[in-house]
Write a new protein. Structure first.
Length: 196
């Protein structure tokens, strides 16, 4: 039986919290999140997303820009500092795309969100060949059609560039485009359309 280092470490971390700590972390996340709505993310999902970012961004070594992007994403998602520290301490060196894909529903809006989010952070220092290969493999493992994977990678690269340049108006437009891509993929009346 294969093990999933991401799932195991997240489950162990959550189990190590007292009921009060867990409730406080969940309440903090609900209260402090400024992330765009549209994809429901539990505390475990946010932890796993952070670890997925470490997997893809670390494919060529984790840069200062990528670590800053990960921290920023966790902050805007309302992830409390205790949980942020757990994510940042995770060793992603032995993880594979299958480990990430197993954590999220395949061919779903959440799968799109995970691919977009991980690639955006990985692209903050430029998307290397290793990171792009990981992203393409992750998209396939998440059950996303190849054309959608290419579109989401292109959008994520553009979003990362706009973020680096501090162009918040462009970031906002690209986020709207990202949502439109999700909507199109979810509603497409053709084979390969993904479910909600």
């Amino acid at each position: 039986m294969t093990t999933n280092p991401i799932a195991e470490s997240t489950e162990a971390f959550l189990a190590s919290l007292s009921p009060e700590q867990l409730e406080r972390a969940e309440q903090d996340m609900l209260r402090d999140s400024v992330r765009a709505e549209g994809v429901a993310m539990s505390l475990a999902d946010e932890i796993n997303l952070g670890k997925a970012i470490l997997c893809i961004a670390g494919a060529d070594g984790l840069s200062r820009e990528e670590l800053t992007g990960l921290k920023y994403l966790m902050i805007i998602s309302g992830v409390p500092p205790l949980v942020q520290a757990h994510v940042q301490a995770f060793d992603a060196s032995t993880t594979h795309t299958a480990d990430v894909a197993a954590l999220f529903p395949p061919a779903s809006r959440k799968a799109c969100y995970v691919l977009s989010g991980t690639v955006t952070v990985a692209a903050l220092d430029g998307l290397s060949g290793e990171e792009r290969d990981f992203a393409v493999d992750l998209g396939a493992s998440l059950g996303l059609p190849p054309t959608l994977v290419v579109l989401l990678i292109a959008e994520a690269r553009a979003t990362a560039l706009a973020m680096k340049e501090g162009n918040q108006a462009m970031v906002a437009e690209l986020v709207r485009m990202r949502e439109a891509l999700y909507d199109f993929a979810l509603e497409a009346p053709v084979d390969g359309a993904i479910s909600d």
